[in-house]
Design a protein around this ligand. Structure first.
Ligand code: 0RA
Length: 651
């Protein structure tokens, strides 16, 4: 952006209020950035990028560059106005220095526009400075280039002029402090995912990511650009890429109500799951909140009114519920709130009561316009809603059957479940094992005090494709519900789980270490993702990691989980003795191990590796599961090979 587009409200450096020293950040970094692991490390980048996004949202920037340098330092550059470098009267130092050394100073600038973006903690770039061994700011502003350097947040000299320029903008280079962070290597995909998400959420801004650590055969660094013209509509299209859409174009709602900017894109597809992704100030509100409540109520009221008036509901013998309006719907809701109040366990639930009405109204007005103007699409949507209501009716009957069966059959537990003796869920684990034969081995090998085994027969139902009542009629799925002890769901909220009754705090999916096994694991994971997401969020779902090889030499036996380990063991065993050969057995399935081997390698808590399933990015996971389990086959194979994307190593 050029100088002519500058705001009239001249910036005054004295607006900044001094709050807190940076030493507090170094003493207790987790309080400011969440953790000092890989998440916190990436959080530093988001914090800096958010400042550039704010500048872009204020209308002064449209280009943001993020570079991972070879030493895992980061450069973030934008073409905004540049952070002011003039003197802060009271502090007797530059505004730039105040922004970079005083906690929360950044947001106190510029009353003309409000700061809407901001990481989960919204702590500002001064935190990044405090947690970096080196940071350098280079500012292009007023025809001049300025710079200032810092070490662990301490200025090395006052801001100084180093040249002239015709451009404006801010460049921040920083090197995270390895004495603070347990992990210092940046992950390209993690940053790319977030920048892509930001591009969808803020249309018209170009975000580029360059990885100097990865050069192609022409010595060019790996680089990718994210830019979205249509914003949320494109976001929904990406999430739904694996699904068949019901109406040709996503429905877009965009406007401001009571000073709250509201943006929504929604699409219906032929699946049966509801996929809502909500954001406040570019932060994913996983726990929902008032904006989501407003969306739901606005949608239900508006669609119901339209359906009633159209006369299409006259033949229906039962009521339509709120859920029915959202079956097979994918939507992204993004609001900008001046002073967001975040609540809930993970502080990702919006609490501001005024937002509910604003979103409800926006949806009411704009969706009814859409329905009036697009009668063909409106009809298809109402037909889909009627289908959902009919299916829900059938599903309720199926659920009632499951629950009645539970009450009647003694313990109410599935016959195939070998339960553990300890009854305290905190201590207990359940293994969901692929196949009856491996299930049998696991039953013999387990520690029956705290480990329960539940064999699953072959492929479980693909919940991405099946209708809800089919899902609740499925034997294996019923068994999982009853074994875990959670209720199948009530009429109002068919997916609400009763966590208080959960019987195990570790649910371990144990499948063969081959393509079939990983496909089955993915089917089970999809089920958990769609129907028991809380379990994933609570960190209760794990994937077992059986070894791939047994390497033997004489009486010595060792297990290997990959080819590198196998080769190292072979070399080691060869080195340790004289002439006898080393034998390698490749495990094709769990069934090839005996009970003791399965216990030692895969089930014994002191030896095993469990991969905890986490959801880093819900929209991305949504896309992945629909793509994997949907009709589009080709991308699936690709994924199954790197199935561990949503699984993290956890011992
Ligand atoms: C406050 C005032 C002004 C610019 C900025 C902050 C600013 C901060 C960042 C952080 C990253 N990129 C940024 N770009 C701009 C300027 C006010 C004016 O010029 O009138």
């Amino acid at each position: 952006m050029n100088e002519n587009e500058k705001s009239n409200s001249e910036y005054s450096a004295s607006n900044i209020t001094v709050l807190e020293g940076l030493d507090a950040v170094r003493k207790r970094p987790s309080m400011y950035i969440g953790d000092v692991g890989v998440r916190g490390l990436h959080h530093l980048v988001y914090e800096v990028v958010d400042n550039s996004i704010d500048e872009a949202l204020a209308g002064y920037a449209d280009d943001i560059y993020v570079t991972i340098n070879t030493d895992n330092s980061i450069t973030v550059k934008d073409n905004g106005r540049g952070i002011p470098v003039d003197l802060h009267e009271k502090e007797q130092r530059s505004a730039l220095e105040v922004v970079l050394t005083v906690l929360h100073a950044g947001g106190k600038f510029d009353k003309g526009s409000y700061k809407v973006s901001g990481g989960l903690h919204g702590v500002g770039v001064s935190c990044v400075n405090a947690l970096s061994t080196d940071l350098k700011a280079t500012i292009s502003r007023g025809g001049e280039v300025w710079e200032q350097e810092f070490k662990i947040g301490v200025p090395q000299y006052p801001v100084r002029k180093i040249g002239t320029t015709t451009e404006t903008g801010t460049e921040i280079w920083f090197k995270p402090d390895s004495t603070i962070f347990s992990e210092t290597e940046y992950n390209f995909d993690t940053l790319a995912n977030r920048l892509r998400e930001l591009a969808f959420l803020n249309k018209g801004i170009s975000l580029r990511l360059t990885d100097m650590r990865v050069l192609d055969d022409k010595e060019e660094p790996l680089s990718t650009k994210y830019y979205s013209d249509r914003g949320l509509a494109e976001f929904v299209e990406m999430i739904d890429a694996g699904r068949e859409r019901l109406i040709p174009e996503a429905i877009c709602i965009e406007g401001e109500k009571n000073g709250i900017p509201v943006e929504i894109a929604m699409q219906y597809n032929t699946s049966f799951s509801e996929n809502l992704h909500s954001y406040v100030n570019n932060i994913n509100t996983r726990e929902g909140g008032t904006h989501l409540a407003g969306f739901r109520s606005g949608l239900t009221r508006t669609l119901k009114k339209y359906a009633d008036e159209s006369g299409m509901l006259s033949k229906l013998k039962f009521d339509i519920a709120g859920d029915d309006f959202r079956e097979g719907m994918t939507a992204v809701i993004s609001v900008k709130v001046m002073e967001p109040q975040f609540e809930g366990q993970t502080k990702t639930k919006l609490g501001n009561p005024e937002v509910r009405g604003a979103v409800d109204q926006a949806v009411g007005e704009m969706l009814s316009n859409y329905l009036e103007e697009n009668p063909k699409e409106a009809r298809m949507i109402v037909e889909k809603v009627i289908l959902a209501a009919t299916a829900r009716h059938a599903a309720r009957k199926a659920r009632e059957m499951v629950q009645r069966k539970n009450v009647m059959s003694g313990s109410g537990l599935p016959g195939k479940l070998a339960d553990c003796s300890d009854k305290d869920p905190v201590n207990c684990e359940i293994f969901l094992v692929e196949g009856d034969s491996a299930g049998g081995t696991a039953k013999q090998g387990r520690d029956r005090k705290f480990q329960a085994i539940m064999p699953l027969r072959g492929k479980i139902l693909n919940v991405e494709k099946a209708m809800q009542h089919k899902i609740f009629e499925n034997e294996e799925i019923k068994n999982i519900y009853t074994a875990l002890g959670v209720q199948v769901g009530t009429e109002e909220d068919s997916k609400a789980l009763n966590m208080a009754k959960l019987r195990y705090h570790k649910v371990v999916i144990m499948c063969d270490a081959d393509i079939d096994g990983s496909h089955i694991a993915t089917l089970i994971l999809t089920f958990f993702f769609r129907y028991m997401k809380e379990l994933i969020e609570l960190g209760y779902i794990f994937i077992a990691a059986p070894p791939l090889y047994l390497v033997k030499r004489g009486t010595q036996q060792r297990y290997a989980w990959n080819d590198t380990e196998r080769d190292a063991i072979i070399a080691d065993l060869k080195g340790s003795g004289k002439e006898t050969g080393v034998g390698v057995q490749r495990y094709k399935g769990l069934g090839e191990m005996n009970a003791e081997q399965l216990w030692e390698t895969t089930m014994n808590p002191s030896n095993r590796t469990l991969r905890k399933v986490t959801i880093d990015n819900a929209a991305d996971a949504d896309y992945t599961f629909s793509m994997l389990m949907g009709d589009e086959v080709p991308p699936r194979r690709d994924f199954i090979e790197k199935n561990a994307k949503y699984a993290k190593i956890d011992v």
